[in-house]
Design a protein around this ligand. Sequence first.
Ligand code: KG4
Ligand code: ZN
Length: 336
Amino acid sequence: MLILGIESSCDETAASVVKDCREIRSSVISTQIEEHRKYGGVVPEIASRRHCENILGVVRKALDDADVKLDDLDAVAVTYAPGLIGALLVGVNFAKGLAMASGKPLVPVHHIAGHIATNYLTYPELEPPYLCLVASGGHSHIIEVLSYTKFRVVGRTRDDAAGECFDKCARAMGFSYPGGVQIDNASKLGDPSEFKLPHPKVAGNEFDFSFSGLKTNVINLIHNSQQKNIQLNYNNLSASIQKTIAEILTKKTIKAAESLGYKKIALAGGVSANTGVRATLSEACRKHGFKFYMPEKSLCGDNGAMIACQGSYNFLAGITADESLNAVATLSMEDI
Ligand code: KG4
Ligand code: ZN
């Protein structure tokens, strides 16, 4: 079975051909990061235009690299939600056109389900059910992966996502967009013990996250020091931010696994590339006797292979879309 996956939900135009659910035959990613960096974040209008310019070349290269013709495909999978609406529309419409021209089924994929699927591409033996922490620029979720296509969200952020918190703290320190990776790099040179940052108290669902308090605390710390003309050690501050975010994510995930009875825990989303998050969650899982899974670094950010992989499982489960498929900016995983 050969599935083409197309991703255009944010600032990466990506396409990939995956064979038999888990074998990556090609993966092409055209990133717009450099262009958005000038503005300190993704500018939706620019993102849509670049997707429009790049998508044909990216898809053609993915097919060529895999040595596959449109006719060889079993289906065309595409991210339809969630994300920037104008960006998603480019991928959805392109995929519809391809499906129509080739006579192949169109398979809709939820972006977060795609991130979770990066673990199938990394671990051939991994099968649901398991618990997955998904932390990206737009989401921080603890998700029960009940089957390849059924999910239950047991915890979510009440405000900022973990990646957003990384990026906003980084911006306050003057690091360029996207700041998560810069904090990761600076942390390697820093001592996390200089700054004591707060862990949030979240009333209600004990598995929900909140990152806006941490972000505000860091921004205030930086502004106060600037007013007093004191230069903080940004390596140490980065190390503290990273340690705190990693601890918050880990604590809630372990608690959820214990309370729901899961022994297998996976990590996914852009923030899964973070050295501190990987190490802290991995160590906590080891201590608790849980099996831990995390995507290969190259699969942590947005890519087409994750959409092709999840698209394969959707296709096998009979999940296809007709010509009325639309892009959706916000959509819970439980509604797919
Ligand atoms: O999954 P993703 O590529 O896009 C969304 O679906 O949102 O995630 C992007 C997020 C950004 O906030 C970025 O700063 C963060 O992932 N990120 C990292 C690292 N690499 C990417 N955050 C911390 N450390 C990293 N190494
Ligand atoms: Zn993503």
